[in-house]
Design a protein around this ligand. Sequence first.
Ligand code: PHE
Length: 564
Amino acid sequence: MDRASQIVKSFPQSRAGGNPPDPHDEDSRGTAMKPDLSKVLSRGLGSRPHAVAQLRKFSSRMLEPGVHARFYRARKMFILTVVSSAIGLGNLWRFPYVAYENGGGAFLIPYLLALFTVGIPLLILETGVGYKTRSGPPLAFKRLLGRGYSVIGWAAVLVAFLIVTYYSVIVAWSFDYLGFSFSLAWGSDPSAFFYDDFLQLSDGFFSISGLNLMVLAGAILAWIWIYLSIFKGVRSVEKMVWVTVVVPWLLIIIFVLRGITLPGAMDGLAYYLTPNFSALLDPGVWIAAYGQVFYSMSIGMAIIIAYSRFLGEKSDVVKNAVFIAIADCFTSIFAGIAVFSTLGYLAFTHGVSVTEVVRGGIELAFVTYPAVISALPVLPQLFGVLFFAMLITLGVGSAFSLVQAVSASLTDYVRAERWVLTGAICIAAFAVSLIYMTDAGILWLDIIDHYVNNFLILLVGFAEAAVIGYVYGAPKLREFVNRFSDWKVGRWWDVCIWVVIPLFLGLALIINVIDGIADPYGDYPLAANLLGWAEVVVLPLVAVVLAFVYRNHEGVDVDEQASE
Ligand code: PHE
């Protein structure tokens, strides 16, 4: 077996799974300050001159041409932007593989359960937090709970930043591969091409001898696209999400149609969808389902809180969450049909069993799929271009959401033009990502990603649910959310926040820590895994430092930001 498989095999399934409260309560600071009409109205205006002033200001703005549209568009935009961040490479290369490994069609049972007990509830929680406080995560947690709690928000922001540093590099590879598609440059051995010719993979984690200029060029394209998507804040995102949601959907449909009409497709689909109900007795399958939902919906990160601060008056938090979850879930299932039907075809053309060609993660996209493309009977180049265009649009949508989350959080703290701030964040992230563009880059990417997914995101999600559930009070947030929703959530939501989420995330964390110590990840030198652990420890510490440095910061005027 080549180095290839050892390295990235684990990539797709790499996730199994204070201070005293602020003396100013959040109601007077978090919401009434904001142009939140119904909230202001419901509290009796007479005794609140400040609220009256706000209401006037808000009402008059509502009457301005274009402003009303901003609020209307904002809701649709919210759904699309969150969908854009949720649908990503994970839907294409992670879900189908995880489902295949964990009971095939039967995996849908734990998956849907996880969707309704973790995915949707956390989505509602994060939307509620962002909507109520109209702040990015650090300030949001401070406003809701007191200044010490901004640590959770800072951790989320740092995790988002860290992820985009390597996620963008995968987009960079996809740009390069889009170019390679024109000549089917990977030839007859896509694996050797990917690792040796393209990445020029070095001998080990610490043997780094230089930058890969091809990857660098791809990364520059990726970052230009990311920057253009967000440099005007929500205004530009609003336009770009049409591209990063609708284009991949159309392309997935094309690949489904192409896939199922190929010989061998049904065999492939049988591997993907045949239910193996006995798998449901394996607790690992359940952890995998919860892990996948968590990863796929991009929760436990700054993204959703940061986006929901821009929600308009008619936000309908619950319906949004359900819609987003369903859209993401369907994208995954459908992408799986595209992937497995073509894997069936690949097995058919090579005269082997489907199990021998199944891969997930980076290998699926950059080794297996190129082989599929070369084997296509008509217009392989065109399908190559379309496939990598699909990866790029899926990847960019998630990548710019991550940067947008960081930038929408920092605007609370830094008084700078949005385009300058966003540019600075992009440049900083680009600089960090240079490490993944070296000849050992994929190894670094694999390690950093493994520790982010197995520990950091779970930690943030756990902390979010625990503090909102127990310190702030789940029922209190639920009541708030229900006031702005046609569909109301019941007490089951409290139970999810109090019990189900902390239980599953806590369990997954404990299992991952034990596993990680007993059996260090991959075939890496000890120092590489120590680096991973250092990441898990240092990032929260940096969050603590940031929370301390900004402990007295009250946030830049929100109205000013909303009217960008
Ligand atoms: N949700 C994305 C996907 O399915 C992955 C992702 C996770 C993107 C976290 C951004 C942040 O691929």
